[in-house]
Design a protein around this ligand. Structure first.
Ligand SMILES: C[S@@+](CC[C@H](N)C(=O)[O-])C[C@H]1O[C@@H](n2cnc3c(N)ncnc32)[C@H](O)[C@@H]1O
Length: 494
């Protein structure tokens, strides 16, 4: 709820991501240390094969303090041994990114238990308990998705044990509650493709995307005995189909990159030679086959046998990824409309400044929201003319431009769209915002943070809402998406 009257375009909340990850197809081009995006494959990488860097300094800082731009500094050296087991699979990109976030949640929990995060001032009001505040939708997964997640999580559990994870090794059914929270609460990190492309812009090198990570999972529902805490062999890989996991509202693409030159000692688990240590894939998208494996990590062999490639063109090869990487970062906007309903178990969201450590009220110029509103109005007109919908949107109650707003679609669904999903992130506060088809706020992503801005004047006590979906879709399609991906019936009048 707005705790005071807010003005159109006002920035309500600005916070760094809580957790974030990069989709596998981007992990070799986005530095995990500073998350600058590059037009060519990065040459420095970690031996876990899951993190690439633009400099030794980035690698070292990532090893010690995690990715810049994440509110929770999870040292890569903590999760690296587990990630070493992720490299073998052709698991769906969505699932991979979520498994990576799951691991980060466990890491966060472990660090908190060890009180190793206590000294981090930024975390004053954050922690694993905040993550647990997020709504858990694991009970809403359909049978097929639940089965696939259980396979993936059985793999994760096996990897944790195999890597002698220092924290708790939860059972897959417990890990499912983490996935259930990530599922309907994550934001997509998008970058614009097409349009002004990068050629000549060295493009992407000057852009920032958000973090990264990606496991690769395949596993089988090898029976887990409740309470079994032995670090036995990893589960057999098996075919995993792809549960659709949306990334909700568009997180605004990337800004310019900072330099990162932290002077930190190196992570002992890093491959300092920078030599290829790949789990090379000879797979084709959509098929199921074994893959080459040239990794010498202990235990990796077991993981890459019988690998399967999940269906769906989530995973791009280097060429595809490279092409995408050359697309320039457009100043596309996330957009949304107005009005709202009161939904779910929403908690009050105070306009910035209540928790100065995690939010700040910025006096930014409002160019982005202005454009969004214009586009939104235009989209409203277009819909009225072309779709003959009964929408009542007007310039005062803007809807979003389909081309400019964020949607819950994953990359597969957006092959021809302007934005490309490159990662996911989780905010604790912004993730509490409910959906409305006439939202009064929008989330705009900047270099390392997500900012919630008012799309119109908002009265004190009014619920703050954003759109989870492409508001350019017809009402029935919007309803379908919300039902399928966010597990609720939308009662908006639009
Ligand atoms: C990102 S969370 C929003 C915060 C959530 N209400 C909470 O209290 O944690 C997304 C979930 O909130 C619920 N939700 C969001 N918007 C809603 C709406 N307009 N109507 C009903 N439920 C909604 C759905 O369960 C959805 O999956």
């Amino acid at each position: 709820m707005a705790s005071k009257k807010l003005l159109r375009e006002e920035e309500i909340l600005d916070s760094e991501a809580y957790l974030n990850t990069i989709l596998p197809s981007w992990k070799k081009r986005i530095c995990r240390g500073c998350f600058a995006a590059h037009s060519s494959r990065l040459s420095i990488k970690c031996q876990c094969n899951q993190a690439w860097y633009c400099s030794e300094a980035c690698r070292e800082s990532h090893a010690r303090t995690g990715t810049a731009g994440a509110q929770c500094p999870i040292p890569h050296m903590l999760v690296c041994p587990v990630l070493s087991f992720f490299g073998g699979s052709k698991c769906d990109a969505d699932m991979e990114s979520v498994l990576h976030m799951c691991l980060d949640v466990l890491a966060l929990q472990h660090l908190e238990n060890q009180s190793q995060l206590a000294g981090v001032q930024r975390l004053a009001a954050l922690g694993h308990a905040d993550f647990l505040l997020l709504q858990d939708h694991s009970g809403d997964f359909n049978k097929e998705d639940r089965r696939d997640w259980m396979k993936a999580l059985t793999f994760l559990e096996g990897a944790l044990r195999k890597a002698a994870w220092p924290g708790e090794c939860p059972q897959p059914q417990d890990l499912l509650h983490i996935v259930g929270r990530i599922a309907a609460n994550n934001f997509g990190i998008y970058r614009t493709r097409g349009g002004n492309v990068a050629a000549g812009r060295q493009g992407v090198a000057a852009q920032k995307a958000s973090l990264g990570g990606s496991p690769e999972a395949e596993q089988t529902p090898e029976a887990q005995t409740p309470g079994d805490s032995g670090c036995s062999a990893l589960p057999h890989p098996s075919s995993i189909s792809v549960p659709k996991l949306p990334a909700w509202p568009l997180a605004q693409p990337v800004a310019a990159q900072d330099s990162c030159d932290q002077d930190l000692s190196s992570c002992q688990s890093l491959d300092t030679t920078g030599k290829e240590h790949a789990h090379a894939s000879n797979g084709t998208m959509g098929s199921s086959q074994a893959r080459q494996h040239d990794c010498e990590h202990d235990g990796c062999e077991a993981l890459v046998q019988n690998l399967s490639i999940s269906k769906g063109p989530d995973r791009m090869d280097d060429e595809q990824s490279g092409t995408a990487a050359q697309t320039a970062q457009e100043d596309s906007d996330a957009g949304t409309g107005s009005a709202a309903g009161t939904h779910g178990s929403h908690r009050d969201l105070e306009p910035a400044s209540e928790h100065p450590d995690q939010q700040k009220l910025l006096s930014t110029e409002a160019a982005v929201p202005s454009r969004m509103l214009d586009q939104a109005a235009a989209e409203g007109d277009r819909q009225t003319e072309e779709q003959g919908t009964k929408d009542t949107a007007s310039a005062d109650e803007p809807v979003v431009s389909a081309a400019a707003n964020g949607t819950s679609h994953d990359l597969r669904d957006r092959a021809t769209a302007l934005e490309e999903l490159i990662g996911r992130e989780l905010y604790v506060r912004a993730s509490l915002l409910n959906h409305s088809c006439r939202p009064n706020c929008v989330v705009v992503r900047s270099m390392t943070s997500g900012s919630v801005r008012a799309l119109r004047d908002i009265e004190e006590g009014e619920e703050l809402t954003i759109s989870y979906i492409d508001l350019g879709l017809p009402p029935s399609a919007r309803g379908d998406e919300l039902r399928k991906n966010f597990f609720f019936e939308c009662t908006c009048d639009r």
